[in-house]
Ligand binder design. Sequence first.
Ligand code: NAP
Length: 295
Amino acid sequence: MASIDRDRRVSEVTGMIDQTRIRAACLIGWPAAHSRSPLIHHYWLRKLDIAGGYTIEAVPPEDLAAFVLNLGGQGFVGANVTIPHKERVLALTAPDERARAVGAANTLWYDGSELRSTNTDVEGFIANLDASAPGWDATETALVLGAGGAARAVLFGLLERGVGRVIVANRTRERADALAEQFGPGVEAVAWEAIGDYLPRTGLLVNTTSLGMRGQPPLDIDVGRLPPQAVVSDLVYVPLETPLQAQASARGLRTADGLGMLLYQAVRGFELWFGRRPEVTTELRALVEADLTRA
Ligand code: NAP
């Protein structure tokens, strides 16, 4: 099991002297990948003058259960969870409705003595749309491309927000069909090849595939077929501006980007662990942008 070095954590993060008051959260993953979460949470801890910490904990699959079940015993008030543990933590915690519907949790917190889990990609996606394209929810039809974990969070958020019709297209058709079956009559699966036919009736286009990511081919669709009031949301955040977003902006369409979602999804975890609701500021965005540009 990963060892917890409380002193290291404290000095790395805030340099606070009164260690008894330190509340710390962590990111549980395997292997320990580079993540922007420490940068985001340390920024908020500093801004809000909270004596807290956030570490990355490399936990191999065979140690996951022991680590999670003793999270509080190790001094942690909660955690983020990333690949490959996001699905397995559901059985080790009490998941909320979002985590259950998405089939994966990315945030753990204590509700009294009970370890709960949720999926904050749902509110990250919605809050970013609200901030980037206010009024987006006037749309009646959303077209979601992709059917992986991120698509599930997007579907849950759109339906919860009251979007009447959500169309899902995925390269592997069966995965889109499975989502339509799981989420019910508000979601319709269509063929990947038919995307172009649906664009003229789409008020919100969401890319949840990895197309457009650095090293991947771009998403090859004609944004010119979208209505002029359409909003385009791309979950990919490396590069910061994907070819899809660049095309949408060039056409004067409003966009919501993947970095915004990444920042907004972190808000709830911080609030659950440290008791204050942090803000997504332009300063924070610039910090993370600089880190992404360096990578
Ligand atoms: P995932 O579960 O692996 O799903 C990947 C999706 O991309 C699948 O629908 C897959 O289709 C599709 N895809 C991959 N290559 C494709 C290709 N060449 N042509 C067409 N479709 C292709 O991944 P995920 O967790 O859902 O994440 C998807 C993307 O969202 C990633 O870029 C991730 O970084 C991003 N994301 C961003 C945030 C954020 O906060 N901004 C949060 C979560 C995820 P098949 O089913 O046919 O394989």
